[in-house]
Design a protein around this ligand. Structure first.
Ligand code: NIG
Ligand code: FE
Length: 441
C-alpha cells in the first residue's frame, strides 16, 4: 500500500537510498504525536526579518521523519497513514512535547584556559570591565593562561563546554580564536577548533580573532601588532585553511575603525568573511565599515545609532545580539525592538567566553531576549535558529524544519506552549537533542 501525503516523500527518499546504497540500510526515526512542530518552512528563507519574526509557523499534532542525517518528511498526524515499513525504524511518541530546530549559536569563544571569577568578584566590588582590562586583566589575563596551556588541555576544556551546550539544544556553533594574540597561540586555538569539528557531528565554524586585544608584548605599539596580524597571522591561518571568518574587536581602547578596515581588507584577499565585535561600549562607525566590507554579521550592538541602522538596511549583514553578555556585565541590552521594528533581521547568540559571558545557555538567552529586550518568544526562537544559521552561512542546511535539511532537532519536555521556554527561565526545557540525526541527549 502506498503511504499518502507527508510520508510519501519520506518513503520515496528511502527507496531511492536503498537503490543507490545497496544492502546498507539507513537509520530512520519517526517522531509522532508532536504537540507542535515549530519553525516549519517548506522553502527555507535565507533569514526571517522584521514583522515576519513574530510569525513562527507551527504544525499542531504533527509527525516528523528523519532518515540518516536528514529531515525526510513532516506533516499533521491527520495526513499520516500509518507505518507500512518497520525496517530499521525507531518510533518516538512526542505527546505533549514540541519539536523545533536545534539552536544555531553564531558567536562563541569556547576555546579558553582557566576562568576569570576573580575579576567577576572585582566587578561586584565596583570595578568596570574596562578598568579591569586597563590594569592588564581581561582578555590579556586569558591570553597569559592560554599561552601556558597545551593544545590537548585546551581541546579537553572546549569539548566539555561543547558537550554542555549540545545538551541545552545547540546543534551548530561558531567558535573564535582571540586568546592567543601571537601567531603560535592563535594557530593553537584554531587547530583546537578544527579538532573539535572532526570529533563531533555538531556544525562548527571558525573565526580568526587575532585582533581581540593588543598583546602585552606590543603594549605601546598597536600598529606593530596590526601589522603582525596582517603580514603574518592572516596568511599563516589561511595557508592551513583554519578560519572561514575574520573578527576584530572594534572598540575604544582596542581597535579603531581604520585598524578594523585594514584587517578586513587583508583577510578578504584570503576569502575570510567579516563577523565583527562592534558597538559594545561605544559607537565608532564600525557598523558602516563592516557592512561596506561585506560582513556576514555585526555582533553586540549594545549601543546603536541611526547611522548603524541605515547601514544595515538593504545589506546582507545580520545584526546579532548577545543578551547574556549584557546580563553578566550589567551593560545595556541591544535595542532589539528598534532593529526588528525597522524591518531588519536579528540573530541571538551566547558569546560564551570566560570574561563577559561564562555561559552557553541559549534557552536563557531566549528568556533574556523576551524579558529584557521585549522580543516575543516567536521572534526569539527565529533569532536563535534560522537567523543564527544565516550568521554562519548554514541557512540552507539548518535552522528550520524543511525537507532535506540536516536533522538537527530539539524535543522539549511536555509543556503547555512554546512561550513556556522563555517564561520558565533557568529550568531545563530540552528533553532530547539530535544532531545530523544522531541522538546527543
Ligand atoms: O564578546 N568584547 C570582546 N570579547 C568578548 C569578551 C572577551 C573576554 O572578556 O574575555 C565579548 O564580550
Ligand atoms: Fe564575543
Amino acid at each position: 500500500m502506498r503511504p499518502t501525503c507527508g510520508l510519501k516523500g519520506y518513503y520515496v527518499i528511502f527507496r531511492t537510498f536503498a537503490r543507490t546504497k545497496g544492502p546498507h540500510i539507513m537509520k530512520r526515526i519517526l517522531i509522532k504525536n508532536i504537540k507542535g512542530l515549530a519553525g516549519v518552512y517548506n522553502e527555507s528563507p535565507k533569514w526571517v526579518a522584521g514583522a515576519d519574526m513574530n510569525r513562527l509557523p507551527v504544525i499542531e499534532n504533527a509527525f516528523l521523519a528523519i532518515e540518516g542525517e536528514h529531515i525526510a518528511g513532516y506533516g499533521p498526524m491527520s495526513e499520516w497513514s500509518g507505518i507500512t515499513d518497520w525496517n530499521n525504524l525507531e518510533v518516538i511518541d512526542a505527546e505533549g512535547r514540541y519539536v523545533l530546530p536545534a539552536w544555531c549559536d553564531s558567536h562563541t569563544h569556547i576555546v579558553y584556559a582557566g576562568n576569570r571569577e576573580q575579576e567577576f568578584a572585582d566587578r561586584i566590588r565596583g570595578m568596570s570591565y574596562e578598568e579591569i582590562a586597563a590594569r592588564g586583566g581581561g582578555i590579556l589575563h586569558s591570553a597569559a593562561r592560554l599561552a601556558n596551556t597545551s593544545e590537548d588541555e585546551l581541546f579537553e576544556g572546549a569539548m566539555r563546554r561543547l558537550r554542555e551546550v549540545v545538551r541545552m539544544g545547540t546543534g551548530a556553533i561558531e567558535i573564535k580564536s582571540g586568546y592567543g594574540l601571537s601567531l603560535e597561540a592563535e594557530m593553537k586555538m584554531l587547530r583546537v577548533i578544527a579538532r573539535l569539528r572532526e570529533s563531533t557531528p555538531v556544525h562548527i565554524k571558525s573565526t580568526l580573532l587575532a585582533a581581540h586585544a593588543v598583546p602585552a608584548a606590543f603594549k605601546d605599539n598597536k600598529e606593530g601588532y596590526v601589522d603582525l596580524v596582517i603580514r603574518e597571522i592572516i596568511p599563516a591561518v589561511a595557508a592551513e585553511n583554519l578560519a572561514e571568518y575574520i573578527d576584530v574587536f572594534c572598540e575604544t581602547n582596542y581597535f579603531s575603525v581604520s585598524d578594523t578596515e585594514r584587517i578586513l581588507e587583508a583577510a578578504a584577499k584570503f576569502g575570510m568573511v567579516p563577523k565583527i565585535h562592534v558597538n559594545q561600549f561605544t559607537v565608532l562607525g564600525g557598523v558602516e565599515a563592516a557592512v561596506q566590507h561585506g560582513a556576514r554579521s555585526v555582533d553586540h550592538l549594545e549601543f546603536l545609532e541611526e547611522r548603524d541602522l541605515n547601514a544595515l538596511e538593504g545589506s546582507n549583514t545580520i545584526a546579532t545580539a548577545l543578551p547574556s553578555c549584557s546580563f553578566f556585565l550589567g551593560i545595556p541590552y541591544t535595542p532589539a525592538r528598534t532593529i526588528i521594528d525597522r524591518g531588519l533581521p536579528l540573530a541571538l547568540a551566547t558569546d560564551y567566553n570566560p570574561g563577559s559571558t561564562p555561559s552557553g545557555n541559549i534557552p536563557f538567552v531566549i528568556s533574556l531576549a523576551c524579558i529584557k529586550m521585549k522580543m516575543t518568544p516567536e521572534e526569539a526562537i527565529h533569532a536563535a535558529t534560522i537567523n543564527g544559521a544565516y550568521a554562519m552561512h548554514l541557512q540552507n542546511e539548518l535552522g528550520t524544519i524543511t525537507e532535506g535539511k540536516k536533522a538537527n532537532l530539539i524535543m522539549t519536555h511536555p509543556m503547555s506552549s512554546l512561550a513556556y521556554i522563555p517564561y520558565a527561565f533557568g529550568s531545563e526545557h530540552v528533553d532530547k537533542v539530535w544532531v545530523e540525526g544522531e541522538l546527543q541527549k
